[in-house]
Design a binder for this molecule. Sequence first.
Ligand code: OFO
Length: 169
Amino acid sequence: MINPKLEEEFNEQINKELYSEYLYLAMKVYFLEQNLQGFVNWFDVQVQEEHAHAMGLFNYLNERGGKIDLRAIEKPVFKGNSPLEIFEEVLKHEEYVTSRINHLADVAEEVKDRAALQLLDWYIKEQVEEEASVGGVLATLKLIGEDKNALLQLDKDLAARTFVAPVIG
Ligand code: OFO
């Protein structure tokens, strides 16, 4: 059995990961409208990753005999109106998710759940990769500035990103 406090945090995090999926889906719409297909692909992969993150927590909670409590997913909101502004928001969002995962690990530590901590190690590492990948695109966008040709080159590069189903845990 899983500690009720930790169970609650898992349920909350499932919701956050599903919100991330929804947020990146909304951002994908922006890039569809701009006809930047490489960025569309990047967000497509991101959407699938977030879904996998949510399901990793979902499956784990189920395996541990916890009660899965699905909650309403908020309407995704972002203000950015350029690739640069949107990636700045993506990075902020990922930093927020990192803080949530760290909080989840703090609670697992508090209730001395070593098994959950092992799973959360995977998520902690994954957040390092998420922030690095987003930070990389953001740094390139800063270099690009107003250069449309360079933006199209980045778009081409982002078209190469592929989804590899993660082995979580
Ligand atoms: Fe699930 O890592 Fe992004 O949010």
